[in-house]
Write a protein that binds this ligand. Sequence first.
Ligand code: NAP
Length: 289
Amino acid sequence: MMQSGGPLLVCAVIADPVAQSLSPAMHNAAFRHCRLPFVYVAWRVVSEKLAAAVAGIAALGVRGVNVTLPHKEAVVPLLHLVDERARVIGAVNTIVNDNGVLRGYNTDPDGFVAGLLEHGIEVRDQRVLLLGAGGAAKAAAYALANLGARLTILNRTPSHAYALAERTRRLCTHSIETQKLTNEHLASFLPHCDIVVNATSIGMWPKTDISPVPCHLLRRNLVVYDLVYRPRATRLLTEAQAVGADVIAGVTMLVEQGTLAFTMWTGAEAPRAVMRAAVEQQLVVAHEE
Ligand code: NAP
């Protein structure tokens, strides 16, 4: 574990846009709490500059980086080593710089599972309707397939859902159905599902008044897991809660992937409660703005 008093170590998030990221507040609160000589900054990196930015991580001795939209997939071939799981998912969300060697990991599946565990949700043989086929959906599909769920994937662009199913099929014993995300398909699949996961960006700030699932399709004996964390209570979660469904918010996933990155960079145990409080506080501030 790093001791205070040494040189200041830098960690960062790279994204475009990056201004709304909650990671600086979350990690800086943790570094302060643990009295570690680290600082976490947010860097906007446009796609054309991604390769230069990654070379800069090694050159400048940046200790660790979180990678988010739109770079999670494009960054994979730019790293020296990529963890087996990140390779299977096809995306990296965490980079560790070990003396110039850049290693890529994907901690989103752990974050996703933490949300299920927090609510005592068992997914083995459960019928799960996954909405979306982007980065978050890939991590969720990986976790759900490994846990033995029965998956159906609906996505706005059906070919993306199909490609995700092809990638995920190798990981699970059950077959995976895919369809276009439409209200008609939601109406035909949802009544036969136990869990619905929103991994699309529908409902995300600033377009908070929309939901991926029509209200009348929500019901009491359904688990509704929304990976969107800004706002904390999305329209989907609010409407699901109103009908008595079991709801899981995306904030746990965000904090959990952050705790794992913190430990990889510092070697220290992450102060989960401190990190969660920092995120919750930022979400309240964002809500009031
Ligand atoms: P992404 O890779 O850009 O994927 C976006 C997904 O949403 C795609 O499936 C896309 O469909 C779909 N989509 C976007 N706009 C849509 C619309 N108007 N109608 C229908 N579908 C739409 O983004 P991502 O990284 O997966 O992030 C998705 C959401 O998850 C974001 O809100 C993000 O903040 C959240 N997230 C949360 C966590 C967490 O820790 N809780 C972690 C990662 C992401 P197409 O394939 O058709 O484009």
